[in-house]
Design a protein around this ligand. Structure first.
Ligand code: ZN
Length: 409
């Protein structure tokens, strides 16, 4: 039988679990050790440690303390792993916790976190998704049902002291360029809510003061939020410290490319069954700076799309130069406008783009002055015909059901 090396109790605070941490720091002790070739299971909290509830009130999303995230299970030490190696991780399977067969999607208030379209949706809202085996649907967004593409939003190895110092320095430099911006440009270390696993005493205080926040993806992987890094994938991680120190969390039942809603995909508590191997000296052998991975042989076959184009011209009609970020925003906004014609609210459309197996593509980056990004909306997830026709759109929803909203106080 495969051992469950880290268990989480969803009735217990994540901060009471010493096999969980919410910062990156080389001094966080290994929660457990395994040998190359071992397979094992790690359970995880949802990324907020249970802050978001299965109810019809979005005030938890509005008021969430973002300095507390993400709660990660680990680090797992791998015997024999040394700096410069590659840690090979097979994601053998991933699932939701049996006592928690639901997930949440939402977007934060602009005043507390924001999101990709926060200027258009400045108030906190959420949608709850129930799992029916491999499928999901939401009572807050009628008319859609789809299969999950389950993946960890966040997985990676511990940084060494030099890499950690580099992260903190470059992110602080960015923050200093506009320190009062809302939402902020980046999140500096914050000791008050740091949870450093098994670390205690003065060593804990020192590490908490400099532990990197878990929000951005970095060279080690981390919070990449790649939907295709799903169960069945094989990932090759750079190793920076003795034992590698692999941690995982932020499990998603499903997510659209970009995780544009930020709170977040369809977020869930669950478990990951994985296997580890080593490639000695693999970083130099393969010229690896950031992780690489092979995708799963199993993906939902939603191959019929309606594809929305976006270019780097903003809503005021101003021309921007090859701005892919803006082009993707415009593609998303175009998709939301389209969905509204079928009776969805803008919030429901936004949430759907963050949750469903939506693809985002960088389609053109050389045709000056416009970048072109595309948003691929799978049409088979809808329980009605979403395609354009000469007869015009039929409103399938009457607006009586919408996503809970919580205005700023
Ligand atoms: Zn997430």
């Amino acid at each position: 039988m495969t051992d469950t090396l880290i268990e989480v109790d969803l009735t217990q605070a994540a901060t009471d679990n010493e096999n969980v941490h919410n910062r990156w720091h080389p001094d966080i002790p290994m929660a457990c050790w395994v040998n190359p070739g071992d397979d094992f299971i790690l359970e995880t909290y949802d990324w907020t440690g249970g802050a978001i509830k299965n109810d019809d009130d979005a005030s938890d999303v509005r008021d969430v303390d973002l300095s507390t995230v993400h709660y990660l299970s680990g680090p797992v030490g791998v015997k024999g792993a040394e700096p410069g190696d590659l840690l090979v991780v097979d994601l053998l399977d991933i699932g939701a916790k049996a006592e928690s067969l639901w997930g949440f999607n939402g977007f934060f208030s602009k005043q507390n976190g924001g999101g990709f379209l926060t200027d258009y949706f400045p108030s906190a809202q959420k949608s709850i998704w129930d799992f029916e085996g491999m499928f999901t649907r939401s009572r807050h967004i009628p008319g859609v049902r789809f299969a999950g593409l389950i993946h960890p939003g966040l997985i990676g190895c511990l940084p060494d002291p030099k890499l950690l110092a580099n992260w903190n320095a470059r992110e602080q430099e960015l923050i200093d360029s506009n320190p009062t911006r809302v939402p902020p440009l980046a999140n500096p270390p914050f000791a008050a809510t740091a949870h450093m696993g098994k670390l205690t005493g003065a060593a804990r205080e020192a590490a908490a003061a400099t532990g990197a926040r878990t929000v951005p993806p970095r060279e080690h992987g981390g919070n990449c939020d790649i939907k295709d890094l799903s169960r069945g994938s094989k990932i090759f991680f750079p190793v920076y410290v003795e034992g590698a120190g692999l941690s995982v969390g932020d499990l998603h039942f499903s997510q659209g490319d970009g995780e544009i809603t930020f709170c977040g995909a369809i977020e869930m508590a669950g478990w990951v069954h994985m296997k580890v191997e080593l490639i000695k000296g693999g970083m130099a052998k393969y010229g690896i700076k950031n992780p690489i991975f092979k995708p799963s042989p199993i993906v939902p076959t939603y191959n019929n799309f309606l594809i929305f184009e976006g270019i780097s011209v903003d809503d005021a009609g101003r021309q921007h130069y090859l701005d892919v970020n803006l082009a993707y925003q415009q593609a998303c906004l175009n998709a939301i406008e389209y969905l509204k014609k079928f009776g969805y609210s803008g919030a429901q459309g936004y949430s759907l783009l963050g949750s469903a197996p939506v693809q985002g593509h960088i389609s053109g980056v050389v045709d000056i002055p416009n970048a072109c990004a595309t948003l691929w909306l799978p049409t088979d997830i809808f329980e009605f015909d979403i395609n354009p026709s000469a007869a015009g759109p039929t409103r399938h929803l009457d607006g009586s059901i919408d996503m809970p909203i919580a205005y700023d106080k």
